[in-house]
Design a protein around this ligand. Structure first.
Ligand code: KG4
Ligand code: ZN
Length: 411
């Protein structure tokens, strides 16, 4: 079956079509189309995501992205061409359907007009369902994608599959080998560490779609801490990649000068909650420590920025590794999944690869990381999660007519 998927939970507008087949235990996936527009440049000047701007941009971008994705997937059939070739009339939207989608999209500025124009040009594409993120995230942003998906589900009479964005990040690790993936004997229990701009969670997965949150941040998310520290150092939003680049430069410089000093920094930072008895995290104190260090300095030179970035990144890595290791041991996990935008961080990827390679062979743990293009928000992961949900819950087109966006949705 082909799933059209839509993601608008934050500052990325994304649409994909995934071809999915196979049973729950052995599905396979192929990306047929995948389009994404990032709003980073627009939000940069605000130093973070500005919700009403994000909403407006999603409404502007969804129809062009849908059109592009359908073309990539060879599902874009012009109505008149089809009619001409097959001597049958193009699919006409009934007035009732038009009124219905106008009502669904009444709060999404300009989206109804754009969608109506596209729908009048094309045949109903051969998709089987529409999957969409309905939380967690920024509610105004989530609503645009959800209403868009509801409108498509209604006008094309396809089932709607609502997806939790964090479940999407979990499934993002399943897509490998460029565009295709076949699941091969993943073993349970699994531990998933989700690290993004809004979340830091350790999750126990006893079976597909069966989640228990065993630990989470008590204040800032990891990505949020990266972004805030970056801001203190005068780096642009989102700061994670900039911190990571500076930290890497610092490590290389230290390696060149004196290897024995590699882990000693003049800016020692704490490792919050590293020895606590639970699986919770706290990153707000780490960020404040950076602030205090900076305040004492007469000038923040480029050299100091690099050194702070390295020590901050090391502190984050130490805490993430320590807590995850404890969770793997306690639950006797066979698989470790790491998902969320912060997985793009090279040092974090390296540290987890080392952790897993060091485990004794009788306790072997399989590490699953998303390929870098799928670590930040995208619609591919929503389509994959959609297939699992569809297999489990088999829905019909009218099941989610009254569904609301849920900014604080939990797994
Ligand atoms: O998952 P995501 O794209 O959006 C949310 O759902 O939050 O994650 C975005 C977060 C941002 O905080 C960004 O700074 C962080 O991921 N990030 C990184 C790196 N690349 C992105 N953090 C550290 N190192 C990176 N290389
Ligand atoms: Zn995300």
């Amino acid at each position: 079956m082909k799933i059209l998927s839509i993601e608008t939970s934050c500052d990325e507008t994304a649409v994909a079509v995934i071809e999915c087949s196979g049973e729950f235990e052995n599905p396979s996936f192929k990306i047929l189309g995948n389009s994404l527009l990032s709003q980073i440049e627009i939000h940069k000047e605000y130093g973070g995501v500005f919700p009403s701007l994000a909403k407006r941009e999603h409404a502007k971008n969804l129809v062009p992205l849908l059109e592009n994705t359908l073309k990539q997937s060879s599902l874009y059939l012009e109505a008149h061409l089809e009619a001409h070739l097959e001597a049958r009339p193009p699919s006409k939207m009934s007035n009732k359907k038009i009124k219905e989608i106008e009502k669904i999209l009444e709060r999404e500025h300009g989206l109804f007009e754009k969608l109506k124009e596209l729908l009048s040009k094309i045949e109903i594409p051969e998709i089987n369902a529409v999957a969409v993120t309905y939380g967690p995230g920024l509610e105004p942003a989530l609503w645009v994608g959800l209403n868009f998906a509801k409108a498509l589900s209604s006008v094309w009479n396809k089932p709607l599959i609502p997806i939790n964005h964090m479940e999407g990040h979990i499934f993002s690790v399943l897509m490998h080998r460029k565009n295709e993936f076949q699941i091969s004997n993943f073993q349970f229990p699994m531990i998933a560490l989700l690290i993004s701009g809004g979340h830091t969670e350790l999750i126990l997965i006893k079976d597909w779609l069966n989640y228990e949150i065993i630990g989470q941040t008590r204040d800032d998310a990891v990505g949020e801490a990266f972004d805030k520290v970056a801001r203190m150092l005068g780096l642009p939003y989102p700061g994670g990649p900039h911190i990571s680049t500076l930290a890497e430069m610092s490590r290389k410089e230290y390696l060149r000068s004196s290897a024995s000093n590699l882990r000693k920094s003049a800016f020692q930072l704490p490792r919050p909650m590293i020895n606590s008895d639970d699986f919770d995290f706290s990153f707000s104190g780490l960020k404040t420590s950076v602030l205090y260090k900076i305040k004492k300095l007469p000038k923040i030179t480029d050299g100091i920025k690099k050194e702070i970035a390295r020590e901050f990144e090391d502190a984050v890595v130490d805490v993430l590794i320590s807590k995850t290791k404890k969770a793997l041991q306690k639950y006797n996990a066979k698989t470790l999944i790491i998902g969320g935008g912060v997985v793009a961080n090279k040092q974090i990827r390296l540290a987890f690869s080392n952790l897993v390679s060091k485990t004794p062979s009788d306790e072997k743990i399989q590490l699953l990381l998303p390929e870098s293009s799928l670590s930040t928000d995208n619609a591919v992961m929503i389509g994959i999660a959609g297939y699992f949900r569809f297999l489990k819950e088999k829905k019909s087109p009218n099941d989610f007519k009254n569904l609301s966006a849920q900014g604080n949705l939990r797994l």
